[in-house]
Design a protein around this ligand. Structure first.
Ligand SMILES: [Zn+2]
Length: 398
């Protein structure tokens, strides 16, 4: 299997300059042209591997072009550096052609050549979603293989239903706060994630301090650390997503649409601590939304994120923040817990998007009551205070 993956990556690197030189050619024509060469050089692999290699080449070029477009918009220097170069496939990965694998009972069979098969027993797979998705997708799935893992892609046909009750979720760094259309407010703790990311942040700073002149080495170490950090944080995100889903029950979920926020952060191009922090929490929140969305048994809706924590949940007036967590409305004189108020605003936007009936007055009153500011809600300092202390409990996305 590893040998086949090495073959894929070297074949991709061989094809890239040639494919790049013929941008007018369709993917199909390019595959057809390269097929003979591939069959000649990799006769020990089954013919569908040639198709797999062509697909990987095309995917590598496509993702490189996407990076180029992004660099052109946000980072002209990087764009100048990149434009004259070609991508290079370094990691070992192949999305297999459908003809190369099948599930034989609980044994996954991958064809290397007609005489050589890799058989992997999946009966020990304990991931509950794996068997559920396999059943719901009717045994059809896409398969990508890397040197470390198998990635299954299921396509589930039945869409997640829209429920009668709705829940708005505001993701912050020490917690995820939610407000439901039947008048409940709750939150799920994300402190452990902040803690891990804080520790990693300190490591990042120490790397930058210790290797201040060797930018290349610095980048290499930082990249390795980023991988480790993501591996540490991912299981925590899964746990947080499970807690959140359990707490929210079967309700249609409304999240903030983070794509604009991410664009905004990329545009800033600042390398300072604050930009770093914002990038990090945008990544974390995006991941958490993604995990919740695929685990949810109800529909997930995304609404405009602009100004959710600076809009009054009662009158829609604009809010000021005398402390990180407290929001004051000059218009209706309300004082709110910042994150709970934001969750109510998100809930309202989602209900408008879903064209649902207005919130019953009793539920609205219960929400506003629960979101009203009380000094005991000031649990720990916000990011602004945090930065000066250099501690790691909070990463807020303003
Ligand atoms: Zn107000």
């Amino acid at each position: 299997m590893l040998r086949a993956l090495h073959d894929v990556s070297s074949a991709v690197n061989h094809l890239l300059p040639d494919w790049r030189a013929h941008p007018e050619e369709s993917r199909f024509a390019a595959t057809k042209r390269s097929y003979r060469w591939l069959r000649g050089h990799y006769p020990h692999l089954a013919s569908s591997w040639a198709v797999t290699i062509a697909n990987e080449t095309s995917a590598t070029l496509a993702s490189w072009d996407k990076l180029l477009r992004r660099a052109r918009r946000h980072d002209p220097e990087k764009f100048e550096r990149m434009r004259s170069h070609l991508p290079r496939r370094k990691n070992l990965k192949a999305s297999l052609h459908r003809g190369l694998y099948r599930l034989d009972g609980k044994v996954l069979d991958i064809t290397l050549s007609p005489e050589r098969h890799v058989r992997i027993d999946l009966s020990g797979t304990s991931h509950p979603l794996f068997w559920r998705y396999l059943k719901e997708s009717g045994g059809e799935f896409g398969l990508a293989v890397t040197d470390r893992k198998l990635v299954f892609n299921f396509r589930i046909s039945n869409p997640q239903p829209v429920r009668k009750e709705v829940v708005g979720v505001d993701l912050n760094m020490p917690s995820a706060d939610f407000a439901t259309s039947d008048g409940k407010i709750g939150s799920v703790d994300l402190k452990e994630i902040s803690r891990v990311q804080g520790a990693m942040e300190r490591k990042r700073r120490s790397v930058q301090a210790h290797l201040p002149t060797d930018l290349k080495a610095q980048r290499r170490v930082l990249r390795r650390n980023r991988g480790r950090e993501r591996n540490c944080v991912r299981p925590l995100l899964h746990r947080a997503a499970n807690d959140l889903l359990k707490a929210m029950g079967d309700r249609t979920i409304i999240f903030e649409d983070l794509s604009e926020t991410t664009e905004q952060i990329l545009k800033e191009r600042r390398r300072g601590d604050c930009a770093q922090r914002r990038r990090l929490s945008a990544w974390t929140h995006g991941q958490l939304q993604g995990i919740v969305s695929y685990k949810a048994r109800s529909a997930v809706v995304r609404v405009n994120a602009r100004g959710t924590s600076s809009t009054c949940p009662r009158c829609g007036g604009s809010l000021t923040h005398p402390t990180w967590r407290r929001s004051d409305c000059a218009h209706c004189q309300g004082t709110w817990h910042r994150d709970r108020g934001a969750a109510i605003v998100i809930l309202d936007r989602g209900r408008a998007a879903l064209r649902g009936a207005a919130l019953p007055p009793s539920a609205r009153n219960a929400l506003l009551d629960a979101a009203t500011w009380r000094p005991d809600l000031e649990t720990g300092p916000g990011p602004a205070d945090e930065r000066s202390k250099g501690d790691d409990a909070n990463f807020g996305l303003v």
